[in-house]
Ligand binder design. Structure first.
Ligand code: FO1
Length: 337
């Protein structure tokens, strides 16, 4: 196996990628060359315009994580960050104040916004930013591709007793950051997704892959949105590569984030096997050949296997790079089986 493609969201996907790259560099992946090329197709539906800047949380989280610029505690934004601009904006009474833009992070958004304004597509902006952030890692051939260059945004309909209709639609970031996903998500709408075009290189990255991995990112608003880009599902059905996913649900809930709320809002059972069946077996119109679930969910292996998806139970807690590298190795072993 030489070309590995990963469909990734933000934090969960980024942490998995760290383990995957470590496993490749240390030769722990059976049948995977040390110079294996990793292509990340990242979700862009979390993106938002704020204070006149285009912020791309999942692209930036992957980029900062692989470039060792991420703040390890928060899992987003820059390490050694300062917040002077945020404080000044709040002093001016400028809203929203609930979304934290650090001073170092703002430089990324300024470069991105300037390039977008000059007419560069998001894919070329990302390539330019990655010249700084993925250059050292480029020795491992990592490419970061936005799932589309078109504007798509996840919006959430929530119940709001004060609203005339009894409900209100908020941007995903407001739902997650301001509301902490503490109100029920009635509907998830990804504005612009149905009309979006796969970004340059995205479909080829899937059809030319030797292995496609679905990391433990949010199956609705991260991996789900990538699968919703017209053409992506067809590419997954057509690729000769095995498609293997790792469960973001362990012991009936998400490890971090809001996958539980998102799965509930689309009526999918919040379990490791529930997510596998939601993605579906490739032999049955879905996208999966294989599925990894955590050992605590080992009782669900048979249910997944019965759906036509090869399944193993392995430790899935990404506690450190070694644990995550072992997960990547288990995914490769399942793919080869
Ligand atoms: N998450 C928060 O919980 N609070 C924030 O203020 C916040 C700001 C922020 C700024 C830039 C960025 O790239 C990410 C940011 N995030 C913040 C995380 C973001 O909501 C998540 O990375 C994803 O969008 C959800 O997975």
């Amino acid at each position: 196996m030489h070309n590995i493609t990963v469909l990734s969201g933000g934090m969960g996907g980024a942490r998995f990628l760290q383990g995957l790259l470590h496993a490749i560099a240390t030769g722990r992946l059976p049948g995977v060359a040390a110079d294996a090329a990793v292509t990340v197709v990242a979700n862009t539906a979390d993106d938002l315009w704020i204070h006149g800047l285009k912020v791309c949380p999942d692209l930036d989280t992957v980029m900062y994580t692989l470039g060792d610029g991420i703040d390890p505690g928060r899992g987003w934004g820059r390490r050694d960050e300062t917040w002077s601009v945020k404080e000044e904006l709040a002093t001016y009474g400028v809203e929203p104040t609930w979304f934290g833009l650090g001073d170092r992070d703002i430089a990324t958004h300024l470069v991105r916004t300037q390039m977008l304004d000059a007419g560069y597509p998001l894919s070329q902006v990302t390539e330019a930013l990655c010249k700084r952030w993925l250059a050292p890692t480029l020795g491992q051939g990592v490419r970061l591709l936005p799932m589309t260059d078109d504007r798509v945004e996840t919006h959430i309909a929530i119940t709001d007793p004060e609203a005339p209709s009894g409900r209100r639609v908020v941007h995903f970031q407001e739902y997650w950051v301001r509301l902490r996903a503490e109100v029920p998500a009635e509907t998830v709408v990804v504005v612009g997704l149905d009309d979006s075009t796969p970004g340059p290189g995205v479909l080829d990255a899937i059809t030319d892959a030797d292995l496609v991995l679905l990391p433990p990112s949010n199956p609705v608003v991260s991996v789900g949105t990538i699968l919703g880009v017209p053409g992506v599902r067809e590419a997954l059905a057509a690729t000769k590569a095995p498609v293997v996913g790792l469960s973001p649900i362990v012991g009936g809930t998400h490890v971090r984030g809001m996958a539980e709320q998102m799965l509930t809002s689309i009526g999918v059972e919040v379990s490791a096997s529930g997510v596998a069946l939601h993605y579906g077996a490739r032999s049955n119109g879905g996208v999966l050949d294989g599925w990894l679930l955590d050992t605590v969910d080992a009782a669900e292996v048979d249910r997944v296997t019965a759906a036509g998806i090869a399944c193993v139970a392995v430790p899935l807690m990404m506690t450190d790079v070694d644990a995550t590298a072992a997960m990547a190795a288990a995914a490769v072993e399942l793919a080869r089986a």
